[in-house]
Structure formats: structure tokens, C-alpha cells
Design a protein around this ligand. Structure first.
Ligand SMILES: [Cu+2]
Length: 148
């Protein structure tokens, strides 16, 4: 009886020792694999947030007049991502302004001021023009929107 109980004790000790040596290894494996993943995700998100906020924060306001047969200013230069606000006033007869590449078409009656707003999300050089017939020079009444 004593021998049997001793053998049980030894077996029990071996099992307990085995369990204790396995659990710390398992814990170490899980902690070392999760920590680097968290660090990589954090640095990536920080960089993306800073860049997108800087690119989208500018608001460009432009006071423009339309008269026979020109826009003043006739060239608008903005940065890609800028929010552009054009306040356009017609000083002599009825005019209009169209920027087809940005889907803009606005009549500007004489003496009136119209507000046009859009986000310059496409880079390039775009022509804008008068889209209300205003006389002999109507076809030449144009300007340039430069988004860089
Ligand atoms: Cu015109």
C-alpha cells in the first residue's frame, strides 16, 4: 500500500511540474506576438490622420466680378483639397459662370452677387467661361482654374 501511494505521489508531482512549466511558456508566446502588432497599427494611424487634416483644412475665398467681357480675377490658383468659395458679382449686364469639370453652372444677373462653393479635389488646369449671352465678346469671356 505504501509503495502504491508513493508512486501516485511521484506521478502527481510530475504532472504538476509539467503543467507549471508549460503555462509560463504559453503566456510568453501570446504576449510577445500581440505587442508588436499594436505598435505598428498605432504609428500608421497617427501618420494618416496628420496628413489628411493638413490637406483638407484650407478655405480659399475669392471675390470676383463679371463684366463685358472678362472675369476679374481671370485666373484662380488653389491647392488640391482646398474648399473654394467664389463670390461673383455682375457689374454691367447679365452674365454667368460655368466650370464644367467641377459640375458648376451659375447665372449671375446684373447687380447680383452669387456664391459658388466646391472642393478642389481634381488637380489640373480647367477653363471657366460665361454661359449667359452678353454681347459680341461673349465667346471670349473665359478664365482658368488651376488646381495643383
Ligand atoms: Cu457672356
Amino acid at each position: 500500500m505504501k509503495k502504491i501511494s508513493l508512486i501516485f505521489l511521484v506521478i502527481a508531482l510530475i504532472i504538476i511540474a509539467g503543467c507549471q512549466s508549460k503555462t509560463p511558456q504559453a503566456m510568453q508566446e501570446t504576449t510577445t506576438t500581440t505587442l508588436p502588432q499594436v505598435k505598428v497599427v498605432d504609428t500608421g494611424n497617427d501618420k494618416v490622420d496628420e496628413n489628411s487634416q493638413a490637406a483638407n483644412s484650407n478655405i480659399v475665398e475669392i471675390d470676383m466680378t463679371a463684366k463685358k467681357f472678362e472675369f476679374n480675377p481671370s485666373t484662380i490658383t488653389v491647392n488640391k483639397g482646398d474648399k473654394v468659395k467664389i463670390k461673383i458679382t455682375s457689374t454691367d449686364v447679365n452674365h454667368g459662370i460655368a466650370i464644367p469639370d467641377y459640375g458648376i453652372s451659375q447665372k449671375v444677373d446684373v447687380g447680383k452677387t452669387e456664391n459658388i462653393e466646391f472642393v478642389a479635389d481634381k488637380s489640373g488646369e480647367f477653363t471657366f467661361f460665361c454661359n449667359v449671352f452678353c454681347g459680341s465678346g461673349h465667346k471670349e469671356m473665359k478664365g482658368n482654374l488651376i488646381v495643383r
